[in-house]
Design a protein around this ligand. Structure first.
Ligand SMILES: Cc1cc2nc3c(=O)[nH]c(=O)nc-3n(C[C@H](O)[C@H](O)[C@H](O)COP(=O)(O)OP(=O)(O)OC[C@H]3O[C@@H](n4cnc5c(N)ncnc54)[C@H](O)[C@@H]3O)c2cc1C
Length: 502
């Protein structure tokens, strides 16, 4: 990296890499500090047992829960961040998700701007990540200014048959918008991509889609194995004077004009809180005392729909979703959530959840079932928070809106049974799976209760931006990554206009 970059971005995941792609053309000298390395291209990247049973790629890190009990989080530290493992569903929040929604468990607040403000950058993000989809199929699709860049990933025969079964009971299955080049993915092995790490370019993730674009510019550089420890405020507290990070066992400092934090919702909050001291006794950007609070990560449950007479011989499976109960329960009651296929579950993956069941029985289960993920909105609660104790992260997640989630599970069990799956099993994902973490450094018009303004700039520090899932004021009930990417591109354009006057 050049001795003093103009901009340092901390983290090369969905927010950080997309921001870098958006800023690259500014000519500013940009350095990205990433604590992880490039994902190694090893056979384990396509080995279900290594990934799901042995936890080969999981970090050697423990977080504490509210009771102080340690757990190993599925939070990935590689170039590209969690998107290296993502299901590549790049879906927009619904238009009404921006307006504030009454849920069974309380109110989701309105965003400080409406859907129409973000729409042009949703379109740009879909272009950057080469999203495949079918406009007009999703019954709750928000207005679009552009068609999807590419046609949808085709259903495999078993899934096409499933689609018809669901239509037969009056549901409206639609093609998931996906950032995957199917042929290239399958060249690497006949496996699903959901939760499998991406080393080639088959999956369009933060590294393969956004960072690849950014690094084509000479003014952008990536520094791997660079672990940011804290931000140091100027004596008057109005600016961030320096970033302290460890590389090669050595503590280093860098003093850019602009600091962008994009370490993910848990780690960004942890870095800000760990930086408490001097003019910022409560932590950086934390006059509001909101940093680390409003931590959300979706209420989510796996639903295994079993039909002994049916054979699911699909490889990737993940092409369908349902929004029939997103804004109401189908009977005039409150919103329930999104339901989408997960990647095809094989015997070894079931083994991780059912270790005492013999392998042959799990193989049978895998070939006569289809697994869905059900997601309900988690509401922002100030008591739901990330805290730190020195270097240790404490994840004090208070689940909200649980009645809606239970109703979604009950509803879907009934619907899947009606569609000819006599047995439907369910298992909730818990805090060891913080895939959809968000909200911990939220955006809002009022500096008294939100650390960031609508451009993700810290209300307290004029040269600090936070551009990852932390900024999300609500979790909605759809996957977050496209909204993170769209906002990163919007912020990049704003920075170019206001900081570089281009
Ligand atoms: C298995 C799985 C499946 C998922 N599927 C989907 C999906 O289909 N669709 C979807 O929308 N979302 C999905 N997600 C969620 C999605 O990946 C995240 O929402 C998204 O990556 C968050 O972006 P981010 O920028 O906030 O954080 P990340 O992408 O996690 O990036 C944070 C980066 O910061 C780095 N970092 C952290 N701490 C430091 C530090 N101290 N110093 C330097 N660098 C640091 C990390 O190594 C990482 O590279 C999935 C996630 C997982 C784990």
């Amino acid at each position: 990296m050049s001795a003093t970059p103009d901009i340092v971005i901390i983290g090369s995941g969905m927010g950080g890499a997309t921001l870098a792609a958006g800023l690259a053309r500014s000519g500013a000298r940009i350095a990205i500090l990433e604590r992880g390395d490039r994902l190694p291209d090893v056979p384990e990247t396509r080995d279900a047992r290594a990934i799901f049973v042995d936890g080969y790629f999981r970090p050697k890190e423990m977080w504490l829960d509210r009771q102080g009990k340690p757990f190993n989080p599925g939070n990935y530290y590689y170039v590209g961040g969690n998107s290296k493992f993502y299901g590549a569903v790049l879906i927009r929040y619904r238009e009404r998700d921006f307006d504030g929604i009454e849920h069974a468990g309380g109110q989701a607040p309105a965003w400080p701007f409406r859907y129409g403000e973000l729409e042009p950058w949703y379109a740009r993000a879909e272009e950057l990540f080469r999203v495949r989809g079918e406009a007009g199929e999703d019954p709750l699709e928000p207005p679009r200014s552009t068609p999807y860049p590419h046609p949808p990933v085709p259903d495999e025969p078993a899934i096409a048959a499933l689609r018809e079964r669901l239509r037969g009971i009056g549901l409206k299955p639609f093609s998931l918008p996906l950032a995957v080049d199917l042929d290239r993915w399958l060249e690497g092995g006949a496996t699903p991509w959901d939760a499998y790490p991406n080393t080639g370019r088959g999956k369009l993730d933060a590294e393969s889609a956004a960072l690849a674009v950014a690094l084509k510019f000479e003014n952008v550089s990536l520094v791997t194995n660079a672990m940011v420890e804290r931000l140091i405020p100027a004596p008057d507290g109005r600016r961030i004077a320096a970033i302290e990070y460890v590389k090669g066992g050595e503590l280093r400092r860098v003093t850019p004009a602009i600091v962008v934090l994009a370490a993910g919702a848990v780690n960004s909050a942890a870095i800000l809180l760990r930086s408490a001291g001097g003019p910022c006794p409560n932590g950086i950007a934390n006059r509001s005392d909101a940093v680390g609070r409003y931590f959300m990560q979706h209420n989510s449950t796996a639903l295994v729909a079993i039909d002994p007479r049916w054979r699911n011989d699909s490889v990737y499976q993940k092409t369908l979703a349902l929004h029939d109960y997103y804004f109401d329960d189908g009977e005039g009651g409150p919103p329930l959530g999104n339901v989408q296929l997960v990647g095809k579950v094989s015997g070894p993956v079931f083994k991780a959840a059912l270790p005492y069941v013999p392998g042959f029985a799990l193989d049978w289960l895998a070939s006569h079932s289809v697994t869905w993920g059900a997601f309900s909105e988690d509401l922002p609660d100030p008591e739901s928070r990330v805290r730190v104790n020195g270097r240790t992260i404490i994840s004090d997640w208070r689940k909200t809106n649980l009645a809606a989630h239970q109703r979604l599970i009950a509803k879907m069990k009934e619907r899947f049974r009606a569609a000819g799956f006599p047995l439907v099993l369910s298992r909730a994902w818990d805090q060891r799976t913080p895939s959809h973490q968000c909200g911990t450094v939220r955006m809002g018009a009022d500096a008294a209760n939100a650390p960031l303004d609508i451009w993700c700039r810290a209300h307290d520090h004029e040269n600090l931006f936070v551009v990852d899932a932390s900024f999300l004021p609500t979790s909605a009930a759809v996957n977050p990554a496209l909204t993170i990417a769209a906002q990163a591109l919007r912020v990049a354009d704003h920075m170019i206009r206001t900081e570089f006057h281009a």
